[in-house]
Design a protein around this ligand. Structure first.
Ligand SMILES: Nc1ncnc2c1ncn2[C@@H]1O[C@H](COP(=O)(O)OP(=O)(O)O)[C@@H](O)[C@H]1O
Ligand SMILES: [Mg+2]
Length: 491
């Protein structure tokens, strides 16, 4: 194309012509109008360029998040309890992604998913904001899970060990002790330099109060942040709660700290998401959950990892909790979460009612990567113990028929019964790695063989008393441990 060079006079003339046609008008900034409000959601008209999950600022100062787009209307979930928001309120697009203030001043605090205090104290002084949704760390930034995270629970630390950066699901019917395991684990991080975040989603007020009380009375609040979106809060906030908890822990992980996040629980979270989606008329899928519930939970849990030294060596361990009905693990949300996580601790009602607590079903529980992080000495001893236990569970079936058993089988059953007694543990009584070592060695070396199952508790108490004074560590040799434990038990 031949470029046209204009004479300056012609250019002026052209500009004058353009000015002739110029007329003053309004510059268009996007603005919408609320059409209706109710059930924690708002329908808005206008805002043609809005995208999913964008943040909307309402004229009354409250915020919403875009959750659905139709050809005519924008559906948004509300993030603030307000009664001034009505049909006719003006809405603008907010330029910033939804974020939560993060930092050390959150330790010891109880906040809502947007960082507002719920403990009656001043708003925590924080300058850094972390987006609620963020891409998970790249593969090259990740390390293998290689360090143990001790729960202080005998069954878990020996048979279903958890490593830092692992995602371990706590699954079971309501009331079988899932939250108790999570709380015990948080309490057991005392003095271990692990920052904890406990997210309570859609829980009753009484549960929220009890959780906070327990964590406080065990001195765990000092290194813990509690995020609360209880059952009565806006569904939009409940929906955001796990993402807020994740963002808060993620910030610490990026600073090189080890962190632990409990999501209590993701079944309620999924139900809230379903409720919001149905209200916003998104198409329902299996069990009426929206089709993207899997990717939602996967996005959340993928952010838990162990970072390599080049990226600061921080880690985020996640303990998501999920509820089953009648022990049915094949339901939609439980199977989703089982496949997203690195293993599960399965709690069973039969064990609970039989008095085996924590009611962990060892056969249905698994830790796919935690074994690599286990201390080699604990791993070795646990391996022997596990074989005995599995054999016992097979043999025990025969005792139900009253069949006559060989002497060796009788002995194996007796050993198994002792072991079952040992593995029982009250809640709120976390135990050290050294104690696990002591009882494992004693059991594996046959030191409990003459003890009646019902008389095992005093023996364990004896070990526990001695373990506080010993200089032995997990790195001490097997011989040293056997010698020490034998002496303790004979004293
Ligand atoms: N290890 C345990 N020993 C004795 N009782 C326990 C143990 N773990 C939990 N419980 C009891 O079981 C009940 C339910 O526990 P909870 O953790 O609230 O269950 P969930 O979170 O699965 O609904 C509580 O009353 C708690 O005291
Ligand atoms: Mg619970």
């Amino acid at each position: 194309m031949k470029s046209e060079t204009l004479h300056p006079v012609d250019l002026l003339e052209k500009q004058a012509a353009w000015l002739d046609h110029y007329h003053l008008g309004l510059r268009i900034t996007e603005q919408g109008i609320v059409v209706s409000v109710g059930d924690g959601i708002a329908w808005i008209s206008g805002l043609p360029s809005v995208a999913m999950e964008e943040i909307l600022a309402f004229e009354d100062g409250s915020q919403g998040m875009v959750f659905d787009l139709t050809e005519e209307l924008v559906g948004a979930v509300l993030l603030h309890e307000t009664d001034r928001l009505t049909a006719g309120t003006t809405v603008y697009l907010s330029p910033r992604p939804l974020s939560v203030p993060v930092g050390d001043n959150l330790l010891g605090r109880v906040v809502d998913p947007l960082g507002n205090p719920l403990d009656g104290r001043q708003k925590p002084e924080l300058t850094t904001m972390q987006p609620l949704e963020r891409r998970s760390p790249a593969i090259v930034a990740r390390d293998f899970v290689h360090e143990p995270l001790y729960t202080g629970i005998k069954v878990i630390d020996t048979l279903i060990p958890i490593g830092k950066g692992q995602r371990q699901l706590l699954i079971g019917d309501e009331g079988l002790g899932r939250s108790s395991i999570a709380i015990d684990t948080v309490i057991n991080q005392r003095g271990r330099d692990v920052y904890c975040v406990y997210v309570l989603i859609g829980q009753k007020r009484s549960t929220v109060v009890n959780t906070i009380k327990t964590l406080r009375s065990y001195g765990a609040l000092e290194y813990t942040t509690i995020i609360v979106a209880e059952a009565s809060t806006l569904p939009g906030l409940q929906h955001l709660a796990p993402f807020a908890g994740c963002a808060i822990a993620e910030f610490w992980m990026q600073q090189g700290y080890d962190t632990l996040v409990v999501y209590d629980d993701l079944s309620t979270h999924a139900k809230t998401y379903r409720e919001l989606s149905l209200l916003l008329r998104r198409p329902p899928g299996r069990e009426a959950y929206p089709g993207d519930i899997f990717s939602l939970h996967a996005r959340l849990l993928e952010r838990s990892t162990s970072l390599n030294t080049a990226h600061g060596s921080g880690s985020m361990t996640a303990l998501p909790i999920v509820e089953t009905k009648q022990g049915e693990i094949a339901a939609y949300i439980p199977t989703n979460l089982i496949s997203i996580t690195d293993g599960q601790v399965y709690l069973e009602r039969g064990l609970f009612t039989a008095g085996f607590r924590p009611a962990i079903d060892i056969a249905k529980s698994v830790s796919r990567i935690g074994g690599n992080a286990q201390h080699p000495r604990i791993k070795e001893e646990s391996g022997r113990m596990k074989l005995d236990y599995l054999q016992f569970m097979e043999l025990e079936v025969f005792t139900h028929f009253g069949a006559r058993l060989e002497a060796s089988m009788e002995a194996a059953i007796r050993r198994g019964r002792v072991l079952r007694q040992i593995l029982k543990q009250e809640r709120l009584s976390p135990l050290s790695g050294e104690f696990q070592m002591a009882w494992l060695v004693a059991f594996n070396d046959g030191l409990f063989d003459d003890v009646e199952p019902d008389d095992i508790l005093p023996q364990l108490a004896l070990l526990e008393g001695r373990i506080k004074q010993t200089e032995l560590t997990l790195n001490s040799s097997r011989e040293q441990w056997i010698e020490a434990v034998t002496a303790w038990l004979q004293s």
